[in-house]
Design a protein around this ligand. Structure first.
Ligand code: PMP
Length: 425
């Protein structure tokens, strides 16, 4: 018997807690490249890619075949019990590809939050210090330390405290909201004066482009200043590249745009095209600080994720996806700026490669966020066959994360739906 979205939604409400937010009550049946079909046969253009995961498109046969082949051999032995070559090979490749010349090592985990937890553990083990500084508006996951680091209360932190201590937040530089890199650095110095002395800080962690917080890129000069502050005080600089990684921004990693080498880098999401694997890539001597047995996990570096991850790296190279991300960014920019010219509710259009966003406001005023329009747009576009994602600390940003393998025709079709939806609302 064919089920409907409404029937499954009823069952979902009864069987799954409300705390798991679901943006679209549209149950997936199949997904191919940049399109999803739901269980009622309705087709959607996907500008969400499962939250920045399927950069290489849904169900790329090169990844599917590699995983099927692995399944014919084994699906799990646990790397800590009987290791396998694909883990080593993926680590070797990422060590070579990560920004900077310092020799690297990589550990694999399962989720983004787990990668963040491990990066903090490694930074603390290496420095012997407790403190961590993160940024307001930043997002680092839903585990206890992930929440402590996250600089956005609703919905991530409500009711879940107390969180691990010795975590402090500085403002993230966002020109559009009147916070300059200098303001942000001054606030950081303020933390060193009022909250924790720099020689007790293990790490400064940030997203090179804030994701959930609203798609704001850190200015290069700011990243360089952070690098210097960390060098001056022996603090580990951690780049959380979980949303920005794997060609999304037009480089394999977003920090490459900013000309700095982080000490540690967290990766997940797009690294394996939908198979759950994450990692911490870091300078080898820092990565070796933790005692044997202190790092790992039963599923960490699942063999299925490792073989998929190797294919993702091949696809990014073979299909030239970094260059394609820049083309997609340019295509969106042109169309979105044209829409903005006719509509003062589009306050700002921004992108780094194919990490693209519009900020919706009232009367063109950056200080009047339009969260109502944002959620109405997400809903209306889905009805018309386009999957969009909102984000932003004020809930007024639409982020565009299309597959980097999507054709211009599909992208334009999606943008046509966006344009028509905005006109209707
Ligand atoms: N860090 C960043 C920058 C993220 O965007 C996310 C997920 N949105 C996470 C950490 C957490 O990843 P996960 O949901 O896989 O735990």
């Amino acid at each position: 018997m064919t089920k409907t979205n409404a029937e499954l939604w009823e069952r979902r409400l009864k069987a799954v807690p409300h705390g798991v937010g679901t943006m679209h009550p549209r149950f997936a049946a199949t997904a191919q490249n940049a399109e999803i079909t739901d269980i009622e046969g309705k087709r959607y253009i996907d500008f969400a890619t499962g939250i920045a995961v399927c950069n290489t498109g849904h169900s790329d046969p090169r990844i599917t075949e590699a995983v099927k082949d692995q399944l014919n051999h084994f699906s799990h032995t646990c790397f800590q019990v009987n290791p396998y070559e694909s883990y080593i090979e993926l680590a070797e490749k990422l060590n070579d590809l990560a920004p900077g010349d310092t020799p690297k090592k990589t550990i694999f985990l399962t989720t983004g939050a787990e990668a963040v937890e491990n990066a903090i553990k490694i930074a603390r083990a290496h420095t012997g210090r407790p403190g961590v500084i993160a940024f307001k508006g930043g997002f680092h996951g839903r585990t206890m330390m992930g929440m402590a680091l996250t600089g956005k209360v609703a919905p991530y932190k409500i009711g879940f405290g107390p969180f691990p201590s010795e975590v402090f937040h500085a403002p993230f530089p966002i020109d559009y909201h009147g916070v300059s890199a200098e303001d942000s650095l001054a606030a950081l110095e303020g933390i060193f004066k009022s909250d924790i002395e720099p020689n007790r800080v293990a790490a400064i962690i940030l997203e090179p482009v804030q994701g959930e917080g609203g798609f704001y890129a850190a200015p290069t000069a700011f990243m360089k200043a952070l690098r210097k502050i960390c060098d001056d005080h022996g603090i580990m600089l951690i780049a959380d590249e979980i949303q920005t990684g794997f060609a999304r921004t037009g480089k394999l990693f977003a920090t490459e745009h900013m000309g700095i080498e982080p000490d540690l880098m967290t990766v997940a999401k797009a690294m394996a095209g939908g198979f759950p694997i994450s990692g911490v890539i870091g300078k080898a001597d820092i990565m070796d600080a933790a005692a044997p047995g202190g790092l790992g996990g039963t599923y960490g570096g699942s063999v299925l994720g490792c073989v998929a991850g190797l294919k993702v790296l091949d696809i990014i190279r073979e299909d030239n996806l970094c260059a394609r991300a820049n083309e997609i960014g340019a295509l969106f920019n042109q169309r979105l700026l044209a829409m903005q010219a006719d509509d003062d509710r589009i306050g700002n259009v921004r992108n780094l490669g194919a990490m693209i966003a519009i900020e919706l406001v009232k009367e063109g005023d950056a200080n009047k966020p339009n969260a109502e329009l944002t959620s109405a747009l997400v809903k209306h576009a889905a009805e018309k066959g386009l999957i969009l994602l909102a984000c932003g600390i004020r809930g007024n940003v639409i982020r565009f994360l299309p597959a980097l393998t999507a054709s211009n025709d599909i992208l334009n079709e999606g943008l046509d739906i966006l344009e028509a939806s905005l006109k209707k609302l």
